[in-house]
Design a binder for this molecule. Structure first.
Ligand SMILES: C[S@@+](CC[C@H](N)C(=O)[O-])C[C@H]1O[C@@H](n2cnc3c(N)ncnc32)[C@H](O)[C@@H]1O
Length: 334
């Protein structure tokens, strides 16, 4: 077999970058958990002793962590002063939980993939599923924090207004179901945005959380039923759509927030698809296979397959309301 040395070198170079990222994933988690990024961003430039003192951690560990982070390009090092700092851009990604590009939760998500790896390897052999109920706690926390960034900066500002007539209903006071809500970040953001309206309308308790499956929550004539990044996790998404049809008001709207994906695999071979196909392999596909039907849409289902699911559930008016780099926002109506 002829080996092209240039191709080999460039592939090894790529792999070195990937190995470095993988090795540093737990350091990201440590930095986030112990407040190292946040403190460095707020107080830097600092040396290892100063950062250790400010965070109540051990200097020798912090010194090594800082070196690895600087080698990753996640923080800056000034050799003349021996101090480390973060640029505004690095702070937006690692230090500032409220920034539109915060990714500090990634460490928890990666950690969950390793903690649950033996269950997933076993599932590869048996074909059985691994449900959310069997996952490490950090998967729930990491998911909530990871998606919070997008929800906080897009949901009320862009996604709800992109749906036909929904904001007007929410302003008047509407019934909303947030199915598969996880830690309920999206639920709270919507309730807070329309709080005054709800208060004025004397709706009392604005939010109630119930443990229900997508096919069992009670029919209350919802004006809006939302699925944030969860329809593809379900074993029976068509059944979930049929339940929407039965529980939603006739002129109601179903909003599907799904991972951004094109319809064809070859059009998803990019950095976003790489993240989502991996998450799909170890989280979403096993979750769906653990449930009845086990349709296993996968996190890269794409609009055409999602449209088909909605149509089969009786939601025949379907369109892409808007999108971001990470999400498709789909509107489905009767
Ligand atoms: C990726 S998480 C998304 C959580 C939350 N909506 C968010 O955006 O942060 C997928 C969620 O779907 C939920 N889920 C999976 N299958 C479900 C089903 N059949 N009925 C209701 N929820 C389900 C899981 O419990 C999990 O919380």
């Amino acid at each position: 077999m002829d080996v092209n040395p240039d191709k080999l070198n460039s592939f090894i170079g790529k792999m070195l970058g990937d190995v470095g990222a993988a090795m540093n994933a737990s350091l990201m988690l440590i930095g986030d958990k112990l407040g190292l990024y946040q403190t460095l961003a707020a107080t830097g430039p600092m040396n290892s002793s100063e950062l250790a003192k400010a965070t109540g951690t051990s200097e020798r560990y912090v010194r090594e962590w800082l070196a690895a982070q600087a080698a990753s390009g996640y923080i800056e090092y000034d050799a003349a002063s021996g101090k480390f700092s973060m640029t505004p851009e690095q702070n937006m990604v690692f230090g500032d939980e409220d920034s539109p590009v915060f990714m500090g939760a990634v460490g928890s998500l990666v950690s969950a993939t390793f903690l649950d790896e033996s269950k997933i390897s076993e599932a590869f052999k048996t074909g059985n599923g691994v449900g959310w109920n069997r996952r490490s706690e950090c998967l729930f926390c990491g998911t909530a924090r990871f998606f919070r960034t997008g929800y906080k900066h897009h949901l009320v500002q862009e996604w709800l207004p992109a749906l036909d007539g929904v904001v007007e209903k929410l302003k008047r006071g509407a019934k909303v179901a947030d199915v598969g809500c996880g830690h309920g970040i999206s639920t709270r953001l919507m309730a807070e945005a329309f709080r005054q309206t709800a208060k004025d309308a004397e709706l009392g308790d604005r939010v109630r959380f119930d443990v229900q499956s997508a096919k069992t929550y009670p029919a209350e004539g919802y004006d809006l039923v939302c699925f944030f990044d969860c329809l593809h996790d379900m074993g029976d998404p068509v059944g979930a759509m049929k339940h929407v049809r039965e529980t939603m008001a006739d002129d109601g709207t179903c909003m599907l927030v799904e991972p951004f994906a094109n319809d064809r695999l070859e059009d998803n071979l990019n950095p976003i698809g790489r993240i989502y196909y991996a998450a799909s392999t170890v989280v979403c596909t096993p979750a769906s296979l653990d449930q009845e039907v086990g349709m296993a849409l996968g996190a890269q289902a794409g609009e055409a397959r999602l449209r088909d699911v909605a149509n089969k559930g009786g939601l025949t008016r379907f369109r892409r309301a808007t999108e971001t780099a990470f999400n498709l926002i789909l509107e489905a109506r009767v």
